[in-house]
Design a protein around this ligand. Structure first.
Ligand code: NAD
Length: 462
């Protein structure tokens, strides 16, 4: 089956190249029409999208709308409202030596771009880069993750009903298809996924000197300072719980991976978390929490938990239901730092809490590990905030909340170091899929005599 698609791929890609060459996608009206069509798609197909998300990962309708449809609608509205401004050339100041000259920077589309998305937000992570690619005037091949088959097939079925088929194509498939696509020449590859596959993508891109954006993952720490006010604690606990378990059951790249907390404050924090989980999810969390993707991922999480639970580190939850791929929101206290739960991205509803002697020790703890995609710090301490800002590096840094940065389109979203490179969302998406061409316009009015040979002694003295 895959081979048939693979055989057709060359022809499809050729058609996309021809569309780009025709100049059609550069037209701002065309871009607007496609973005508007995507808005219509989201409104017409909301039910089907939510059903597919439920089928693939058991997302509740509310979560599906908030994390995938709502964010995409907002991004589309931002792009539609800003497109005119984004495409306009910007004047550039030039040095006096260039007088009389004017300069400008004009964004131009890159050409034909390839987008790989991940299964945990299969709709949102497909549409968010697609919006940027279309806004910037490119033609696109989108390959959704085969691990969310209902969403992948829904996208493959509905996108052709709304978007220009000669400019945007959805290619479904697994490894064979992905490898086939990576062999081809693209003008940009935008990849969301694991650091391991990110390396494969980057090596394949190197063959054609194709620029890449890698939106990868890793462990996102949350530093929790000893909050004293009861209101602050109340708000923080909700945000921490939602930041850990609230998006795809912790299977989220920007979800809180583990907590760093002062030894003395840990017992209070744990009690607050236990009560908070009960308040948020009730007696039966599985009604509102997504399930684990598949058996393989479930067994991996079970292994992480078994390995880490040596020494009774599980202090809350810990029940697993293999048949329904459900894991209860679980908290672990000081699991061994060399256990996989503390060395690998968890990507599930297991929350290790690591205690530190001084809250400032968190800085060294974080810096000894790979640079995170996101870092969260819950504190009112201005000195600690400044030290965290100046002494740590992460894709993004959020004080007193988690995951929210993903929705802020005026803040670039992306990683650093092991968590990836390149950025998108809002105008950053447009830039990611554009080339900023420098344009210099000169007149023949005047010329500086000392610019050109013959090189004489009086020119040296200038
Ligand atoms: P993955 O790397 O396994 O797969 C991502 C994509 O790559 C899929 O489309 C898949 O078909 C393709 N792929 C898989 N193996 C391939 C290969 N050998 N060659 C070419 N393509 C291949 O990642 P995943 O399991 O889908 O997602 C989990 C990871 O993604 C986590 O690390 C998570 O943190 C990260 N992630 C990052 C972001 C972000 O925005 N930074 C968002 C979601 C997920």
């Amino acid at each position: 089956m895959e081979c048939v698609v693979a055989e057709n791929m060359e022809g499809e890609v050729e058609e996309l190249r021809e569309t780009f060459s025709s100049g059609k996608t550069k037209c701002v009206n065309w871009r607007r029409s496609q973005l508007k069509a995507l808005l219509t798609l989201l409104s017409d197909k909301e039910e089907e999208i939510c059903m597919a998300l439920y089928k693939d990962v058991g997302k509740h309708h509310c979560e599906a709308y908030r994390d995938e449809i709502g964010i995409s609608v907002r991004s589309l509205n931002v792009a539609l409202a800003s497109l005119k401004q984004w495409v306009a050339p910007k004047k550039a100041k030039l040095p006096l030596a260039a007088f009389p000259t004017t300069g400008e920077i004009k964004p131009e589309p890159l050409g034909l771009v390839l987008i790989f998305s991940s299964w945990n937000f299969p709709i949102g992570l497909s549409l968010e880069p697609l919006i940027g690619a279309i806004a910037a005037g490119n033609t696109v091949v989108l390959k959704p993750s085969e691990l969310a088959p209902a969403c992948s097939s829904l996208l493959a079925n509905i996108i052709p009903l709304y978007l220009d088929n000669k400019a945007v194509k959805v290619v479904e498939g697994g490894l064979t298809i992905a490898e086939g696509l990576l062999e081809m020449k693209w003008d940009k590859i935008f990849f969301t996924g694991s650091p391991g596959v990110g390396r494969i993508v980057m090596s394949a891109a190197a063959k054609h000197l194709t620029p890449v954006t890698l939106e990868l993952g890793g462990k996102c720490p949350a530093v929790i300072d000893s909050l004293t006010s009861s209101w602050d604690r109340k708000v923080a606990i909700k945000r921490i719980i939602a930041g850990k378990y609230g998006s795809c059951a912790g299977q989220a790249c920007v979800g809180i991976d583990y907590i760093l907390v002062l030894e003395e404050f840990a017992p209070t924090l744990i009690e607050l978390l236990k009560t908070g989980i009960k308040n948020m999810y009730g007696e039966n969390p599985r009604e509102s929490i997504a399930r684990i993707l598949n058996k393989q991922r479930f067994l991996r999480l079970k292994k992480l938990l078994d390995e880490a639970s040596v020494g009774n580190s599980i202090i809350h939850g810990g029940s697993l239901d293999e048949e329904n791929l459900y894991i209860e929101p679980t908290i672990l206290l000081n699991p061994p730092l060399e256990a996989e739960i503390m060395t690998d991205e968890i990507f599930g509803p297991l929350l290790p809490i690591i205690t530190v002697k001084r809250i400032e020790d968190s800085i060294e703890f974080i810096n000894l590990r790979s640079k995170p995609l996101a870092l969260y710090v819950f504190t009112n301490n201005a000195t600690l905030k400044n030290r965290i800002i100046n002494e740590t590096s992460s894709g993004s840094l959020t004080f007193n909340d988690a995951v929210i940065q993903y929705t802020c389109d005026t803040i670039p979203f992306g990683g650093v170091g092991q968590s990836g490179f390149g950025r998108y969302h809002g105008k950053f998406s447009f830039d990611t899929f554009s080339h900023e061409k420098g344009i210099i316009r000169r007149s023949f009015l005047t010329e500086f005599w000392f610019r050109f040979p013959p090189w004489t002694a009086n020119k040296l003295q200038l």
